[in-house]
Design a protein around this ligand. Sequence first.
Ligand code: NAD
Length: 492
Amino acid sequence: MTTMQTFPDIEPTALADSDKVLANLTLAVPGVTRTFDVHDPATGRTIAQVPDFDVQQALAAVARADEAGRSWAATTTRHRADILRAWYDLIRSNSEIIALLITREMGKPLAEARAEVSYGADFVRWYAEEAVRPAGNLRDAPTGGARLLTRRAPVGLSVLITPWNFPLAMATRKIAPALAAGCPVVIKPAPNTPLTTIFAVQLAVAAGVPEDLVQVVTTTDAPAFSTAVLSDPRVRKVSFTGSTAVGKVLLHLAADNVLKSSMELGGNAPLLVFDDADLERAVEGAFAAKMRNGGQSCIAANRILVQDGIADAFVDALADRLAAVRVGHGLAPGVDLGPVIDHRAVSRLSGLVEDATRRGAHLLTGGSAPSHPGSFFEPTLLDHVPADADLARTEIFGPVAAIQRFSHQDQAVTRANDTEYGLAGYVFTENLDRAFNVADQLATGLVGINQGVPSNAAAPFGGVKQSGLGREGGQEGLEEYEEIRYYNLSLR
Ligand code: NAD
């Protein structure tokens, strides 16, 4: 079912402003002569060329970070906090430039890019504040005769590998705690979206972060990069956000070098709507959980499970909400949904919709790719999706909402947990007992209760099962870059 979309024109001033931002970027790295192209996914056009590091150049970056890290680890936490705070201020004062970069390289509408700048900046402010909080403790030995003292120390050189879906936030939520803890950093952004990271790190240097402390390594050969860099003895930590398949490869490499590892991997989030939910709240929450970032979020509502009594009203209201979504270039006024990241994603989404309809799902709106340059997919709604459809079993990562219906709470919880993933879950109900009972039973790292956008820099974000290891955000996110030392003080 194709509802023909007319694409609104790009706002000329925003386009000119973003072209100026792109032209003013400093991208060249001394000694790295090969480059690769970065594209605007809404047009397919090349917008920049960035250095393509080979393995030797990546290892030279490791050496520079390692050298700079020695004095950084010895700085006071107040010093690090002040610099992080200055970085936060610079991100805020450059927020429009960063938002334009995000939209041009990743495609999301400018309003969403601005929201990402706030969210991404929040991690820097949070870890500026968290850097100086007391760490470690003192306890008495249970048998007497000693005081047991713990303190935190930086884990060491940290390799950070980020995906393309939140080009700023995925970088800041790793870099900020690493710097706060006293670690040097090598960061490899996704090759589709390196520009935001490069610019954000330049702002960090302008804020006082020592020049070599954070090395941005852009490369098209990620496997060669990770094989060489993660086996380097100077590296002590890897933090990865991306697909579960790549996370497993990195965990194997990390095992050989016994690296402290944080893995933020894929998801297959269930969103449960009970008969006693507030309909409007549930529709708005489901819309946000599904459509934020064009559905290209690891916590996107992948399976929307709706109880029979509210299902018809919920589906009608969600269909209306999706039908009103305006698709187009992220710089066009009034656009709510930009492109998906590339043409491969478009074919994957088409395949998922076809598979689901072949198995009996009802296609209510959208379902195909509009005929327009760039990689777009219509906002799509399918009802009665069978639990064994690929749509229900794999990560959709696009603007396709898949509804399943259920009659009993136990059935919904069993189905929600029937996945190898365990990142986010959502519960919509006005019954407080049910809200907590169901949240407790969901095998996920986080749960949005009557809430479709649960991420917060102050809270620990991360998954269970094959969705990953470790947490980002909150106090817990800092511990990922620390190791604990323990001293035993003998008492006479
Ligand atoms: P991806 O796994 O393909 O790539 C992520 C990053 O890993 C990119 O920088 C890529 O270049 C790099 N990479 C790929 N192969 C590599 C290798 N062998 N060695 C080292 N690096 C390698 O994922 P993607 O398509 O960019 O992002 C989408 C995935 O990320 C989804 O599965 C999504 O759920 C997940 N994600 C998870 C979270 C989370 O917090 N759990 C957040 C955002 C995205």
